[in-house]
Design a protein around this ligand. Structure first.
Ligand SMILES: C[S@@+](CC[C@H](N)C(=O)[O-])C[C@H]1O[C@@H](n2cnc3c(N)ncnc32)[C@H](O)[C@@H]1O
Length: 286
């Protein structure tokens, strides 16, 4: 499948509306409210660190930014999708805030933010849409002052183990180096994994299946080492978007599935390593 640049996907009218609406009311019928939980984690980290100047990179329709601004923080933001920026301007106006707070820029190489000028950069569901995530993180790091913070969300690669579907098959094939097994063992192994569910038959499509270009998920166990190479110290990992059972079950009764999943959301629960599809990383510039 040919993949499209994520900002083009997010520039579409239905995406813009979705990102304007999803934070307004906690509902489980249209979509699992994972982004509401994500915002809660970001707000708690901001309360803890109390940064002065904050930039929200890839701020979308601006709803989390507006909420953070209303809590008294000094925050500006930008997005590459023109329609997201104009929707964000409407949302700012509705909240009687200046439209100067949100503008167009590119988080892969931001032009409108000065180097060494920011205390904290937020990337909510943003940086894994880059062509090169590490390059984006290095360019974001340049914008931070000494000891500045880069707080961003990533997709969790270990979740693949618990999904018991095509993703698990790919993950386990790599883990056990199935390609290099002798023929009859490969056959025995394939019998074991053949009943994993097939996502093609699912009603609910994820971002990969919608054809949006994005980076392969990250492994939260190896992440501190990877970030240290980029001059970033991981000071915390917080899990969100828990799945109470493998995703196949969402097709049987979406409301029940989403409610039991919401009940087990706990950013610091060790089960997040396997049951949460995403996590927030709190990094310090070193
Ligand atoms: C999943 S949405 C998240 C929006 C917002 N952060 C939120 O949490 O509501 C991802 C956003 O990143 C934006 N985006 C994608 N690539 C970008 C880039 N290179 N520079 C800036 N924004 C980008 C998209 O247009 C979209 O608005």
């Amino acid at each position: 499948m040919k993949k499209i640049d994520s900002f083009k996907h997010f520039n579409k009218k239905n995406s813009v509306n979705e990102y304007s609406q999803m934070y307004k009311k906690l509902t489980f019928d249209v979509k699992y409210p994972a982004n509401v939980k994500r915002e809660e984690i970001f707000v708690n980290l901001l309360k803890k660190h109390k940064p002065k100047k904050i930039v929200d990179a890839g701020c979308g329709a601006g709803m989390p930014l507006i909420d953070i601004k209303k809590r008294g923080f000094d925050i500006i933001g930008y997005d590459k999708a023109a329609n997201m920026v104009s929707e964000a301007h409407k949302n700012l106006k509705r909240s009687r805030l200046s439209s100067d707070l949100i503008f167009a820029d590119d988080f892969e190489n931001p032009k409108k933010i000065k180097n060494n000028s920011v205390d904290c950069i937020l990337g909510m569901g943003a940086f894994y849409y880059s062509k090169n995530v590490n390059k984006t993180l290095l360019n974001q790091r340049k914008k931070l002052r000494k000891n500045g913070r880069l707080i961003f969300s990533l997709r969790n690669r270990l979740f693949d183990i618990a999904t018991l579907n095509n993703y698990s098959k790919i993950f386990l094939d790599e883990l056990y180096e199935v390609k290099s097994l002798k023929k009859n063992w490969k056959k025995k192994y394939n019998i074991l994994t053949k009943n994993f569910s097939d996502r093609k038959k699912f009603k609910f499509k994820n971002i990969d299946e919608k054809g949006v270009n994005n980076h392969v998920p990250h492994n939260p166990i190896t992440l501190p080492g990877e970030m240290a190479k980029l001059g970033l110290k991981v000071e915390g990992i917080y899990f969100y978007h828990f799945h109470a059972l493998p995703p196949l079950f969402e097709n049987f009764d979406k409301l029940y599935y989403r409610k039991i999943s919401w009940k087990i959301e706990n950013p610091l629960d060790w089960r997040g390593f396997f049951l949460a599809s995403t996590f927030v990383v709190d990094c310090k510039k070193i």
